[in-house]
Design a protein. Structure first.
Length: 172
């Protein structure tokens, strides 16, 4: 089953994904994988598992549930071969070949605000306001990290100046 196979892959899909739209999880998906996918979709990047955690979780699941895993794989292959999985017909604008997404991404990007204005570029003429996502970012920890970085930079600058002064002194 290909994600978003029933919709056109365009800027509107990009907006939906930015606003939290995710592919449907099929009924035949093992609960373990469904839960892992949902963890990876968390709006707060700090709550998403690392690639090492994902790898370890999958290895542990397969090792502990070898028989179940093999049954899932047999079932999955049967569904793929029977073509009972996914939409009966893909949207003609759903593209699954590699292509650069930079044009779509740059149209959606804005560093100054969440309002993105479009002229007549590619036929779009509207304002888009993204949905507000709740992120659990601890401002205090960011401030302390920023202070640590600033202190490190100040220390490096002082050291660089001291080394420069020593070199100048040695050359005289």
């Amino acid at each position: 089953c290909k994600p978003f196979a029933n919709v056109k892959h365009d800027i509107h899909l990009v907006y939906k994904i930015l606003d939290g739209e995710r592919p449907k999880i099929t009924e035949d998906t093992p609960e373990f994988y469904a839960n892992l996918m949902k963890c990876c979709w968390d709006t707060d990047p700090n709550k998403r598992p690392s690639i090492a955690k994902i790898r370890d979780s999958i290895y542990d699941f397969v090792d502990l549930n070898r028989k179940k895993y093999d049954q899932f794989e047999v079932k999955r292959m049967e569904l793929i071969q029977s073509k009972k999985i996914g939409p009966s017909k893909c949207h003609p604008g759903a593209i699954y070949t590699s292509r650069p997404l930079s044009a779509l991404i740059s149209e959606c990007s804005s560093t100054n605000s969440s309002i993105i204005s479009f002229g007549n570029k590619q036929g779009y003429n509207y304002n888009y306001i993204s949905e507000e996502q709740e992120l659990d970012i601890k401002i205090e920890s960011l401030s302390s990290q920023n202070l640590t970085i600033q202190n490190s930079l100040t220390s490096l600058n002082k050291r660089s100046i001291e080394e420069s002064n020593l070199e100048t002194h040695d050359n005289n």
